[in-house]
Design a protein around this ligand. Structure first.
Ligand code: ARG
Length: 269
């Protein structure tokens, strides 16, 4: 099958002040040192790779008081040019939400909603051609699902996350193209697994090892799939489906519990 990439617009935030000083997910160990220059180089390689693939990358100004701000995916959800702001579950990240909203206000976005309910942006929302898939269980409130459905006018499918290592939907599920996804079934409750099988019978499912390397925290432009290189087992099945796997090393950012997707918010026109 021939795959076509479409040019995307992404919002990213350089990890200038990235560190692990608190722990709000099982990947974060504040006693483990972070190599900041290496984190910066890895992040720049991701940004430059997007640009070399023809995508536009916008950047946020990092705030020294917000060490997780590099995980820009969590700051909003943008679909049809409409912006649903984030409301973070943990006080440590709360102030990121306003910085994202300011960026949207300054960049010509007019349909902006300040959320009533806790939602961590694209961390827990994934956009397929037909649905808005929405994670809950660790961060985003189930009430944010109704809020998103009403705001975007797209059918929301709520999915229950049950394993703390996969605390955001984007750690366990990735939209490859249209209504094609890849995901890790054990991250979901039995009912949610059944829903995913019903809606996406042909989905690619990841092994324990590939999911455990955060391999599903990936970004696809419809053809190229950028994903954490340690999830090497994803390359062959992606290639079989006609995608071009693009392994990336974001090992330092993994210490914060994030990888390719967490660093990338998509601005959908
Ligand atoms: N340390 C961050 C947190 O726990 C990582 C966020 C990763 N982002 C993501 N989209 N999964 O909130």
């Amino acid at each position: 099958m021939r795959r076509d990439a479409t040019p995307r617009r992404y919002l990213m935030c350089p990890p200038a002040h990235f560190k692990v000083t608190y722990s709000i997910n099982p990947w974060m160990d504040p006693t483990k040192p972070v190599d900041l220059p290496l984190a910066q180089t890895q992040w720049e390689e991701l940004r430059d790779r997007y640009r070399s693939l023809g995508h536009t990358v916008e950047t946020l100004v990092p705030d020294p008081a917000l060490p997780d701000m590099v995980f820009a995916a969590n700051g909003a959800l943008v679909v049809d040019g409409r912006v649903l702001g984030a409301r973070f579950a943990h006080p440590e990240r709360a102030a990121e939400a306003e910085l994202h909203l300011d960026w949207f206000r300054d960049h010509g976005f007019r349909e902006i909603r300040e959320p009533d309910h806790v939602n961590e942006g694209e961390g827990d929302f994934a956009v397929t051609a037909t649905y808005l898939l929405a994670g809950r269980g660790f961060r985003s409130s189930p009430l944010s699902h109704d809020e998103a459905q009403e705001f975007f006018g797209r059918p929301v499918v709520g999915l229950d996350l049950v394993d703390p290592r996969y605390y955001h939907l984007d750690t366990a599920l990735c939209v490859l193209d249209g209504d094609e996804i890849m995901y890790y079934p054990p991250a979901f409750s039995p009912g949610s697994r059944a829903v995913l099988r019903r809606l996406f019978p042909d989905a690619l499912t990841a092994s324990d090892a590939d999911a455990g390397a955060l391999g599903l925290n990936a970004v696809s432009d419809g053809r190229h799939v950028l994903f954490p290189q340690a999830a090497a087992g994803l390359s062959a099945p992606l290639r079989d489906r006609g995608f071009d796997p693009v392994p990336m090393d974001l090992g330092e950012l993994l210490k914060g519990g994030g990888s390719v997707k967490c660093c990338t918010q998509e601005l959908r026109p």
